[in-house]
Design a protein around this ligand. Structure first.
Ligand SMILES: Nc1nc2c(c(=O)[nH]1)N[C@H]1C(S)=C(S)[C@@H](COP(=O)(O)O)O[C@H]1N2
Ligand SMILES: [Mo]
Length: 368
């Protein structure tokens, strides 16, 4: 049943469906680790409502807000007027690895993601900055809001999923209005005919089925900017939260995960090859990955794959560790170019919405 759903979205037969409707699903770790550029059939999906049906021929992108003129641009005009650009960038959901936070303390009403709510693709589209320049901006412009054409319901209201990024980021050339993924037309489930791609930021800002861009003096008031995707301290709960507080998530933090071996796998004593991914937020580079076979007593330095492609993309790494018979906990942690590294314990970063788990990734294996 679940794999029928995955199949209907052209996903791999072994895709892990976390929710069938709205469709939320991620690939198994070992399949995700096969290719530095994730094929669409292995690319995670995070939806808050049904995939909308949009007729590409009559589609018009609206641009409004503080700009001097209000615009409507068809896809054909967008392609004609602006030069196209391709950026390889990793998208990661702020809820990636939420299962590790849920293991610490209950988190209600959120998808239980493993470490595969992440994928890397080459995105082709036009640069948002070119479109904004064409639209014209007033001096009050501070934020760029994206609004999707899907139909989400929250607290009795219906609206399109949305969010905003600071104008400074919006004017950086890597931020795209994308119509292609890995050289092919964007699939409906990934936001066709047009989506925002905001490299280095949480996936939520890469709004799919983009209907409208608004230039604003304040951040978006959309539910997914003003309520969801905010980080609260560990003592705050759904009952006590003041939504005016909290940190609006933007850049992702340094993170890494082990993809092979997988949790609960049986491996042989002696040399064990460990493989995974690492990602640094905001365009910082991943500089080092440490791997331990004894839960952090001793570490070896991982080697990076040669084919890493872009400062906005994850890096694949591999390490060889020695394992003795019994139960072993393999651990990984990454470092970025600002020497940020990952916190040891998920319990230290628990938050009631379950965002941004970047604790040391741990995988238990049986060695014999
Ligand atoms: N319109 C719209 N855009 C959206 C979402 C959504 O539900 N609706 N989900 C966001 C979230 S939370 C993530 S992590 C990414 C996931 O992109 P993907 O499904 O292409 O992997 O899309 C973002 N854009
Ligand atoms: Mo997300």
């Amino acid at each position: 049943m679940e794999n029928e759903t995955a199949k209907s979205f052209d996903k791999h037969p072994h895709f892990i469906v976390r929710e069938a409707e709205p469709f939320n699903a991620e690939p198994p770790p070992r399949l995700l680790r096969l290719s530095i550029v994730t094929p669409p059939e292995l690319f995670y999906v995070r939806n808050h409502a049904s995939v909308p049906e949009i007729d590409a021929d009559s589609y018009q992108l609206k641009i409004s807000g503080l700009s001097n003129r209000e615009l409507q641009i068809s896809l054909a005009e967008l392609r004609e007027r602006f030069s196209s650009r391709t950026v390889t960038a990793t998208l990661q959901c702020a809820g990636n690895r939420r299962d590790g936070l849920m293991a610490v303390k209950e988190i209600g009403g959120e998808v239980s993601w493993g470490a595969q709510a992440i994928g890397n693709a080459s995105w082709t589209g036009v640069s948002l900055c070119d479109v904004l320049e064409f639209a014209g901006m007033t001096t009050d412009a501070r934020h760029v809001e994206f609004i999707g054409l899907d139909d989400v319901e929250r607290k009795g209201a219906r609206f399109g999923f949305g969010g905003s990024i600071p104008l400074e980021k919006g004017l950086s050339a890597e931020v795209l209005l994308a119509f292609e993924m890995n050289g092919a037309a964007l699939a409906p489930v990934h936001g066709a005919p047009l989506r925002a791609i905001v490299p280095g930021y949480i996936g939520a800002r890469s709004v799919k089925w983009l209907g409208e861009i608004k230039v604003k003096s304040e951040p978006s008031e959309n539910y997914f900017q003003a309520h969801a995707y905010k980080l609260f301290p560990p003592g705050v709960s759904a009952q006590t939260v003041d939504w005016n507080e909290g940190l609006m998530l933007g850049e992702v933090s340094i993170n890494s995960a082990i993809c092979r071996p997988q949790e609960g796998e049986s491996v042989r004593t002696g040399k064990c090859t460990v493989q995974g991914y690492a990602i640094a937020g905001g365009g910082r580079g991943v500089e080092r990955v440490d791997v331990s076979g004894d839960n952090g007593q001793t570490w070896v330095e991982a080697k990076f794959d040669a084919d890493d492609s872009s400062r906005w993309a994850w890096r694949f790494w591999e390490a060889e560790i020695d394992l003795e018979a019994g139960e072993a906990e393999i651990v990984a942690r990454a470092w970025d170019s600002a020497t940020n590294t990952q916190p040891e314990e998920a319990r230290d970063i628990w938050n009631f919405k379950g965002y941004m788990n970047n604790a040391w990734h741990k995988v238990k294996v049986f060695v014999s």
